[in-house]
Structure formats: C-alpha cells, structure tokens
Design a protein. Structure first.
Length: 85
C-alpha cells in the first residue's frame, strides 16, 4: 500500500511540473508575440513620421488653397464675420 501511494505521489508531482513547464513555455511565446507586435507598430509609426517629415520638407514654401464646399458652409461652423457691440 505504501508503494502505491509513492508512485501516485511521483505521478502527481510529474503532472504538476509538466503543467508548470508548459504554462511557462506558452507565456514566453505570448510575451515574444506581443513584443514583435509592439516592434512592428513602432516601426510603422516611425515610417509614417519620416514620410510626413519628407513631405513637409518637399512642400516647404509652397502655398495651398483649399475650397470650402457648400455643405460645410451650411453646417453652422463657418463664420463669415462677427458683429461686436
């Protein structure tokens, strides 16, 4: 009877150790994936920033005129003048 309980104890310890190792491995994989995603997001934002900087240097000194459509004038946000009393 003592032999059966010792083998059961070793089996239980091996299962617990195996589950712990498996959970640590899955955790490491998830951390690495999150790190890669953050790195890709950072690189994309860096590329966007560099592209905006390049466009701003390219358009330095140029003037652009944008027209306001009639639909935007009717929104009430467009003010021609304001009377002051």
């Amino acid at each position: 009877m003592v032999l059966l309980s010792i083998t059961g104890l070793f089996k239980m310890l091996l299962i617990i150790i195996g589950i712990t190792v498996l959970l640590r491995f899955i955790g490491r994989i998830m951390i690495a994936k999150r790190s890669l995603d953050e790195q890709n997001k950072h690189q994309a934002s860096e590329r966007d920033r560099e592209e905006a900087f390049r466009r701003s240097k390219e358009n330095l000194g140029k003037t652009t005129i944008s027209k306001i459509g009639k639909s935007r004038m009717n929104d009430g946000n467009f003010v021609d003048f304001e009377e002051v009393e």
